[in-house]
Design a protein around this ligand. Structure first.
Ligand code: SF4
Length: 446
C-alpha cells in the first residue's frame, strides 16, 4: 500500500485542508502514516503569513532529500499558501520537489501524485487567479470538535497581510451545502463545530452584491449561524476570524441570542491607535472597536474575548503603543496572540513603509503586553474558583494521562479526573477547584 504523510504549518484553515486532503487520498486507496520515514509521499501544507514560516517549510523540504537516499522515488509536494505565493520558483530552490499545488488546487493533488509516482517531477497547479471555491468535504470520523470552512479569501488588503494574495478574493459556500456537511458530522458524533473563514463576518456579502440584495444592514453570516444553530446534535458553535468593520447590529444580535453560539469571541484588534489602524488599513477606529465590544458585553451576562495584536508596526510611537495597552486593559482580553511586526515581502507595508521600530523595542512592547495579559487572565480565572461550569469532554489530557480535559462555553481549558462511564463528547458539570492564567482544574459534579 502506498503511504502518505502530511505536515501542516500555520492556521486552522490549513489544518482543515490537510484533514480534507487526507480523506481524499484515503478514499483513493492511499494510507496515511504519521512519520515521514514511513511515507512514499510527503506533503507539506505551508503558511506564508510570516517570512519565518516560509523559511521553516523550505528548510524542511530541503532536509527531506536525505530520505531519497533510501527511497529515490519518494514523492515530495508543497501545497498551501507558500505554494501559491512562490509557485514554480520553489523548483529552483528545492530541485527534488515533485509538485506544488495552490490554495484552490487541493482536488488536483491526487492526479499530480499519480503522475509523480510515474516518475514525473516539477508539476505545478496554481490556478489562474480566478475566485473559485473547490471544497474537499471529507472529515476524519469521530471528532467531538470539527472544523468546516465556510468562506475563503479576503478583500480587505490590510497593508501588512499576505492573505489576499495567497488566498484570493472572498467567496462563500452556500448555506445548504454547509448545513449538509455539519449534519453529517453531527450524525457521526460531532458536538462542537468551528466555522472557518479568513474574514468570516464578510461571509456571503460578495454574493449578495452580485444578486443585488446587499444593504449595510444584512448579515448572511448571521443567517448561516441561525441555520447551524438548528442542526440537531450540534451543541456548540465557534467561529474565526471576524472583522470589526462587518460586525453590524444583525450580526451582534445573532451571536448574542443564539443559544449554541459560544460566548467567547475572537475579535482581532491589531492596534489601539487610530493612526496605526489607518496605516494598517484596518477600516475602523479604536472607538468603533470598543463600541462593538460594549454592544456585545451589554447583551450578555458573561462573555470572553480574545484578540490579535501587532506591536512595532511601521512608525509605532510610544504613544501609539500606550493606546494599544490602554485599550487592551479596557476590554480585558482573556487571551491574545501578540506579534512583533516583521514586513512580509509582497505586501503594501513592506513595499511602502519603513520597518523603523528597533527589534529591542518590539520585544519590550511584546513582553509588556504579555505581562498585562497574564495578570488579567490569572485574576479573571480566579473568579471561576468554586463555580460549576459545563464542560464538553474532549478526552485524555495530552500532558497527563491520568487526567481528562474539556472546554467551557467561554473556551476555558478545564482539566479533571474522569469518573466511570464518562466518555468523549459528554457534557459534564465541573466544580472548579484550582485556576491558573492558562487553565482551570475541577471535580465532576454528579
Ligand atoms: S482582514 Fe485579516 S486576512 Fe484580510 S487582509 Fe486583513 S489581516 Fe489579512
Amino acid at each position: 500500500m502506498i503511504r502518505f504523510y502530511i505536515k501542516t504549518y500555520g492556521c486552522q484553515m490549513n489544518e482543515r485542508e490537510s484533514e480534507a486532503l487526507a480523506c481524499l487520498l484515503d478514499s483513493l486507496g492511499y494510507m496515511e502514516c504519521f512519520r515521514e520515514e514511513d511515507a512514499d509521499i510527503i506533503i507539506l501544507n505551508t503558511c506564508s503569513v510570516r517570512e519565518q514560516a516560509e523559511r521553516k517549510a523550505i528548510g524542511k523540504a530541503g532536509l527531506l532529500k536525505r530520505l531519497m537516499n533510501d527511497k529515490p522515488n519518494l514523492v515530495i509536494g508543497i501545497i498551501g499558501c507558500m505554494a501559491q505565493n512562490r509557485g514554480k520558483a520553489l523548483f529552483e530552490m528545492i530541485p527534488h520537489l515533485s509538485f506544488v499545488a495552490g490554495t484552490e488546487q487541493l482536488h488536483q493533488v491526487p492526479d499530480m501524485i499519480e503522475k509523480a509516482l510515474g516518475g514525473k517531477r516539477h508539476l505545478a497547479e496554481l490556478g489562474q487567479g480566478e475566485p473559485v471555491y473547490h471544497e474537499c468535504p471529507g472529515h476524519k470520523p469521530g471528532g467531538v470538535c470539527a472544523m468546516t470552512s465556510v468562506m475563503r479569501g479576503c478583500n480587505q488588503f490590510c497593508t501588512y497581510c499576505i492573505v489576499p494574495y495567497t488566498r484570493g478574493r472572498e467567496r462563500s459556500r452556500e448555506i445548504p451545502a454547509i448545513v449538509d456537511e455539519i449534519t453529517m458530522l453531527a450524525e457521526q458524533g460531532t458536538k462542537e463545530i468551528l466555522l472557518l473563514g479568513q474574514n468570516i463576518t464578510a461571509y456571503g456579502l460578495v454574493e449578495a452584491r452580485e444578486k443585488g440584495t446587499y444593504t449595510p444592514e444584512i448579515s448572511p453570516f448571521a443567517e448561516l449561524l441561525e441555520a447551524v444553530n438548528g442542526i440537531p446534535g450540534i451543541e456548540r458553535i465557534r467561529f474565526t476570524s471576524p472583522h470589526v468593520r462587518f460586525m453590524n447590529e444583525r450580526y451582534i444580535e445573532a451571536i448574542c441570542s443564539l443559544p449554541k453560539v459560544c460566548k467567547s469571541f475572537h475579535v482581532p484588534l491589531q492596534s489601539g491607535s487610530d493612526r496605526m489602524l489607518r496605516l494598517m488599513h484596518r477600516g475602523y477606529t479604536a472607538d468603533e472597536y470598543l463600541r462593538r465590544i460594549d454592544a456585545i458585553k451589554s447583551r450578555l451576562p458573561e462573555v470572553a474575548f480574545s484578540t490579535d495584536v501587532i506591536v512595532g508596526f511601521s512608525g509605532e510611537t510610544q504613544e501609539d503603543f500606550n493606546a494599544t495597552r490602554e485599550l487592551m486593559k479596557t476590554v480585558g482580553f482573556d487571551m491574545a496572540y501578540i506579534f512583533r511586526y516583521s514586513p512580509r515581502a509582497g505586501t503594501r507595508s513592506a513595499e511602502t513603509m519603513a520597518d523603523d521600530v528597533p527589534d529591542e523595542v518590539k520585544h519590550e512592547r511584546n513582553q509588556i503586553l504579555l505581562g498585562d495579559l497574564e495578570e488579567f487572565a490569572e485574576k479573571r480565572n480566579q473568579l471561576f474558583k468554586g463555580r460549576v461550569l459545563q464542560v464538553l469532554v474532549e478526552g485524555v489530557s495530552k500532558r497527563n494521562k491520568e487526567r481528562w480535559t474539556g472546554r467551557s462555553d467561554l473556551n476555558k481549558t478545564c482539566n479533571f479526573t474522569p469518573v466511570p462511564g464518562l466518555k468523549e463528547g459528554d457534557m459534564v458539570n465541573l466544580r472548579i477547584t484550582r485556576c491558573s492564567a492558562n487553565s482551570l482544574s475541577g471535580e465532576v459534579v454528579m
